[in-house]
Design a protein around this ligand. Sequence first.
Ligand code: G6P
Length: 368
Amino acid sequence: EAASKNGYSHFMMKEIYDQPTAIRETLCRRLDEKRHIQLDDIKLQKEDLDELNKIYIVACGTAYHAGLVGKYAIEKLARIPVEVDIASEFRYSDPFVDDKTLLIVVSQSGETADTLAALKEAKRKGARVLAITNVVGSSVAREADDLFYTWAGPEIAVASTKAYTAQLVAFYMLALHFANTKGTITDQEYVAYVDAIEGLGNKVEEILSQKETIEAVAKILVEATSAFYLGRGLDYTTAMEAALKLKEISYLHTEAFAAGELKHGTIALIEEGTPVLAIVTQERLAEKMISNMKEVKARGAYVIAIAKEGTPHIGHVADKIIEVPAVCDILMPILSVIPTQLLAYYTSTLKGLDVDKPRNLAKSVTVE
Ligand code: G6P
């Protein structure tokens, strides 16, 4: 077991550090000499895409959060309407699915019972199924019509890290592939996105080199009884994933909120010293986020910003700042999630908990 941890003290840390490679593998091995994305296991043609009236993305846990980013990427780049649902909700909701629906299931293991049941239900209703999975030959892979394998390598720690970032890369690539096939983006835009995705591995490495700063923030979280992640737009999806990660391995009660909803209830929970982690990477929304940070700070919150480098005025309102390198806003979720993984890891280890095998959780939930 020690050998496969590659010198790291826990699988989770090893897997966090595997991410630059996982991101590069998932993308680069699928670029041809013209730097076009080649997806051999995806048979959907232009006619099939033109016929679709909607895409449903269905998954559980961390994979569901990847789906929320996927919706954003597909809608923005390929202009196809997307709905996202939790597999256990989808399967019992009599969803509007027919032969004009593409169901995308996302599952690291490819064995999650609810995801598999949702897939079968959608197929029964006539949908075409595309699976994003990390395990070759898994149940989900065998049932799907089209396949996208994330090449993240085996993920052992219960808390998903590299599978998540590889799922995000998969969604960006699918969105670009669909957009290029449908002609909804220009060649220049396509090339610029491919280049930007290729550069993400190095930017993740830059973030990992700040681990001492992040560990110092975790020392604050260790003392807390609850914490809140705030975000808007894509930062809200990262907030949800970040909150899940923190609660599942550190047992710290953590909730994610859409920052604009604060006033509708959540702000009542803020007390003197409550840690509020604000994710601020979306330029269009940064100003709104800063005013939300001011609101919680005025009620005593200890505000920690996870912000895109160069975000104006952030220093005036945050008590601590973790900076992430800049890339175009749509790709920021791959970078902004990295400090949140490290924060969860350090909060758990500082509390002396079993990071890789948190209580009551399983890596793959194969029963309902
Ligand atoms: C379990 C794991 C999570 C994972 C979820 C979905 O709850 O603890 O980390 O996100 O299952 O797993 P899947 O293999 O379908 O991605």
